[in-house]
Design a protein. Structure first.
Length: 209
């Protein structure tokens, strides 16, 4: 296959973003199409100094989860509601997962998206704490990946990786994640967010254009 036949996308996300979880089936479908590459780039939405307590956000999260489930059919399990959202000490901290995605992508192309899918299932279906390094290590091992023993939040390359993604998000003008960018004619163009939640025919038309 020639380079001209390869269609490239950059997917801006955060591992704790419920709408990114809602977009997971569309991203999976896109990756399965011949000649398509999708590059995952976390933007640090809830990472490191952006981490926060869950207090006061539970009602908002439950309402958003219900909307996402109705729109996409994605599973938000009772285990997730009880163990994750229901945990009085719960925090939104995507730093460890972001570091894990960075390590996964360094080990193999597409590794970040492979691990992201496992992380999303662990959180929203299995109700596991995806800020736990042991959980992340086990998920990575199941994919043939090896994570560092500790989060590498002070790694300059990691910080640059996330900062560049955050800059792309700002320049896109979308205001948040998930944001899917299509590389065309040397430029990155925003794919309408509705394409990630509606019929795959929209994405198919995009690929055929």
């Amino acid at each position: 296959m020639t380079d001209a036949a390869i269609r490239s996308f950059v997917y801006l996300l955060d591992p704790l973003c419920g709408w990114c979880y809602g977009a997971a089936p569309a991203i999976r479908w896109l990756r399965e199409q011949p000649g398509v590459t999708v590059l995952a780039r976390p933007v640090g939405l809830f990472a490191w100094d952006q981490a926060r307590a869950l207090d006061g956000m539970r009602d908002h999260i439950h309402a958003a989860d219900a909307r996402i489930a109705a729109l996409t059919g994605q599973v938000f399990s009772a285990a997730y509601a009880d163990r994750v959202i229901g945990d009085a000490a719960a925090r939104l901290d995507s730093g460890p997962a972001t570091s894990a995605l960075f390590a996964a992508e360094r080990q193999r192309a597409g590794g970040a998206l492979d691990l992201l899918a496992a992380i999303q299932a662990a959180r929203w279906v299995e109700g596991r704490d995806i800020a736990d390094q042991a959980v992340l290590g086990a998920l990575a091992a199941g994919l043939g990946l090896v994570l560092p023993d500790d989060e590498v939040a002070d790694d300059a390359a990691l910080r640059q990786w996330v900062d560049e993604a955050a800059m792309l998000l700002t320049r896109s003008g979308t205001g948040g994640v998930p944001t899917l960018l299509r590389q065309q004619d040397g430029r990155l163009q925003v794919v309408p967010s509705a394409y990630l939640y509606q019929s795959r025919a929209r994405l198919a038309d995009l690929l055929a254009a």
